[in-house]
Design a protein around this ligand. Structure first.
Ligand code: RAM
Length: 349
């Protein structure tokens, strides 16, 4: 298990945490659906809040950017923001971190869940100890958090990924999905919409969903395996920044370069060279830094009593402006951007 600080971005001394907690299965009373406190929209953001980001894994450039955005927000409102988390994205790898953060009496935990269920008992305990919980990027079960800060509409993301690959292969042929872990809430939600959208393309066939576990080497090997098993594959959708980067690396050095199309979700900085060398025509993503920034403001608004997580409440998120809590405690960042050779140089993340 690893602890990693975003010190360079925060510019403040960061705490070092260990993961000594144990998993506790006994659930605290459900809190999220019936917020106990009343919101005071005029309450000022508290100073010196302790906010911990718990990403799926710490060695993923996507989360480094996202959590750096959270650290930048924390600087603006005088909070102590840190990042802790496992080095792998396994289903239960975050539980001991939650327990430790609870013992440390953090004011808020901001988590991208590796599994919607595995984290809920520990998060419920944290909530009953007064800690505000915000999920971002990948939701936990709804009763394990006060708010979910979603990067973009899951339906839009899923459908547009299917549409992108359809355009790139001319609406015909075998395709595969290279996902993250089998339990990831975000990827599984997107994949359901990808499958639904594919019903509109009778000449396209989804032959396999492979899992690279957001591990670079495994994602690379899985890509290789897909091409071995399906030599007539026409396209791959990889809805994970780790997966798409590994798949691009494999394809760009293979005879399949440019012939097997690759799209999905990736960071412009990781994929620029593959767009320029013809491995990738187009892919999409939101701004991960803005996602972390918004999640930090949401956590601070909760911890300051401005909001409780109920639908219709509003809060301000610095440079991003005002947001409203939607149904099921969801706050939506915005629309993703599609990157191609024509615009990729305009982005630096
Ligand atoms: C990976 C992670 C993350 C996801 C992005 C697109 O970095 O799986 O959860 O949102 O890809």
């Amino acid at each position: 298990m690893k602890t990693r600080a975003v010190a360079a971005l925060v510019g403040t001394a960061l705490l070092v945490s260990s993961c000594g907690g144990t998993t506790k299965g006994d659930a605290a009373p459900q809190q999220s659906s019936a917020p106990a406190a009343t919101a005071n929209p005029n309450a000022p953001l508290k100073q010196g809040l302790k906010i911990a980001f718990l990403p799926k894994q710490v060695n993923n450039p996507y989360f480094t950017i996202a959590d750096g955005g959270g650290a930048n927000a924390g600087k603006e409102f005088g909070a102590e923001v840190k990042e802790v988390g496992p080095s792998d994205a396994n289903a239960s790898s975050q539980v001991s971190y939650i327990n430790t953060l609870m013992q440390q009496r953090q004011d808020a935990i901001v988590i991208s869940a590796n599994d919607p269920n595995a984290v809920v008992p520990a998060l419920k305990q944290a909530m009953s100890a007064g800690i505000k919980v915000v999920s971002y990027d990948s939701d936990s079960g709804q009763d394990g958090r006060h708010l979910f800060v979603n990067q973009a509409s899951a339906e839009d993301l899923g459908r547009t990924e299917a549409q992108l690959i359809a355009e790139q292969i001319g609406g015909k042929g075998k395709i595969a999905i290279l996902s993250a872990t089998p339990n990831a809430t975000n990827q599984n939600t997107w994949i359901d919409f990808i499958k639904d959208e594919l019903k509109k393309y009778p000449d396209m066939e989804l032959v396999k969903v492979a899992y690279g576990n957001d591990d670079d080497q495994k994602s690379f090997t899985e890509t290789q395996g897909l091409l071995r098993s399906y030599p007539d594959l026409k396209g791959i959708i990889s809805p994970t920044t780790v997966g798409i980067a590994a798949a691009a690396r494999y394809l760009s050095n293979s005879p399949y370069k440019g012939r097997v199309k690759l799209t999905g979700l990736g960071t412009p900085n990781q994929l620029r060279k593959f767009v320029k060398d013809g491995t990738i025509d187009g892919f999409e993503l939101w701004n991960p830094g803005d996602l972390g920034y918004l999640a930090a403001y949401a956590a601070a608004a909760l911890a300051s009593g401005q909001i409780t997580g109920a639908e219709g409440e509003k809060f301000k998120a610095g440079k991003l402006g005002e947001y409203t809590v939607g149904a099921k405690g969801e706050v939506l960042l915005g629309k993703p951007t599609v990157f191609t050779k024509d615009n990729i140089d305009d982005f630096n993340f």
